[in-house]
Design a protein around this ligand. Structure first.
Ligand code: SAH
Length: 386
């Protein structure tokens, strides 16, 4: 029986239950995960067995579109090939080691990668949307002082296959036969807001999103994908030049460099003006309005002078501000804003002509623990993990 880590206080998780892993923990580490086998290698492997290259596409379609979780279930493939695939590859390199489900049908998965490293991903379901929140790195190297994901630095980038596997694991939690009007039968949206800095792993992310967008893949349109970045100007420009319609969210979090340097350490190298110029370029190139995220840290960045400065920065831009009241992180001493401070901040922005909303707290019980499931699990002795 999986147990909840001690750092997740029961009071923060009303209605949360533990469910069984979706895929049995039997993936052999020695076999390669098929989604990470380069297309040419797989075609060569198939050719060795006198199989046409289109078999590679069939396998992908089975995993991505038909919800197969084993080669044996891929009945449009010859039996001998299914056996051969089972012997040489594994359909998934990742296994779910913890599955938390909150009262509002938000699911959070703690996922163990083939090399034993742990990441988190989340499914949020509401208003006939099913949104996958995925990680792009093990840990994070950006060091934002209020965030749990970066407390132990970054271990490595995720492969494209590892990013796609998160999407599949989460998609498999949606109900294809749902008759509820407020539920989607498949994934409809992706937010790249899990662990890691997406633009520090841009190539693999773009490969993964191409699979997600493919009609034979998950069929999620580019305009339904949001990429959230700490603000790496050169990479923002590169993403703009990739000629995609992804929605960009920039984690601004402070209206001046002095404050931003303190809470977002990478700002020392970049600075707000360069980030805004790159974001403007993104808007000019793609036509897509940029969202600015602003984690609201009580008494740190939520005072009237901060709101006025933010208005000055953004007023003349076609921008949108998403306020995220800080979620508690064990061991950190920031606080959430008071209702009055938050209201005053919003009013100042609106009076200044800046569009703003407060991020809705779907699955707030799970959000509160963002990045911490993994930290707890990594600090536990191996044999008590499950
Ligand atoms: N590296 C990316 C993705 C981070 S997660 C980025 O920096 O944008 C998505 C958002 O959640 C970011 O804006 C991040 O700063 C914010 N965030 C991280 N920890 C948080 C916390 N404890 N409470 C509220 N927001 C947090």
């Amino acid at each position: 029986m999986t147990r909840l880590p001690a750092a997740l206080p029961a009071g923060k998780m009303p209605g949360m239950t533990l469910a069984l892993p979706l895929i049995p923990d039997t993936a052999a580490v020695s076999r390669r995960a098929i989604l990470d086998v380069p297309a040419d290698d797989l075609k060569a492997w198939l050719a060795d067995r006198r199989q046409p290259p289109m078999r590679a596409k069939q396998v992908r379609r089975q995993l991505l579109a038909a919800r197969a979780t084993a080669f044996a279930d891929m009945t449009d493939l010859p039996k001998g090939l299914r056996d051969d695939l089972t012997e040489h590859f594994t359909p998934f390199g990742s296994t779910v080691v913890q599955h938390l489900k909150s009262g509002d049908d938000t699911h959070k998965l703690l996922v163990r990668l083939a090399d034993g490293k742990l990441i988190e991903c989340v499914l949020i379901q509401n208003d006939a949307r099913a949104t996958a929140c995925v990680s792009t790195q093990v840990g994070c190297g950006m060091g934002c002082v209020f965030c749990a994901s970066g407390l132990n630095g970054v271990a490595r980038n995720l492969t494209a296959g590892e990013i796609v596997e998160q999407l599949i694991l989460l998609r498999n939690l949606t109900d294809p036969n749902t008759t509820r009007e407020d539920r989607a039968p498949r994934l409809t949206h992706i937010v790249v807001m899990g662990m890691g800095e997406p633009l520090a792993n841009l190539e693999n992310l773009l490969d993964a999103l191409a699979v997600a967008g493919d009609k034979d893949g998950l069929g999620i349109g580019q305009r339904h994908v949001t990429i959230s970045t700490v603000g790496l100007p050169a990479k923002i420009r590169k993403l703009a030049d990739a000629d995609k319609q992804y929605h960009l969210a920039v984690s601004l979090h402070a209206p001046n460099d002095e404050l931003r340097n303190r809470i977002v350490p990478t700002n020392v190298q970049t600075g707000i003006p360069d980030i805004l110029a790159a974001a403007d370029y993104y808007f000019e190139t793609t036509g897509r309005q940029v969202t600015y995220e602003y984690v609201v840290l009580g008494k740190v960045n939520d005072q009237p002078e901060h709101a006025h400065e933010l208005v000055d920065l953004l007023r003349r831009r076609k921008a949108f501000v998403n306020l995220i009241p800080w979620n508690d992180v064990a061991g950190l001493t920031y606080r959430r804003p008071t209702d009055d401070d938050l209201r005053g901040f919003i009013d100042t922005l609106r009076d200044g002509g800046v569009s703003v909303q407060v991020r809705r707290r779907k699955g707030a019980d799970i959000d509160a623990a963002c990045g911490q499931l993994r930290r707890e699990a990594e600090e536990k002795p191996k044999n008590s993990e499950d």
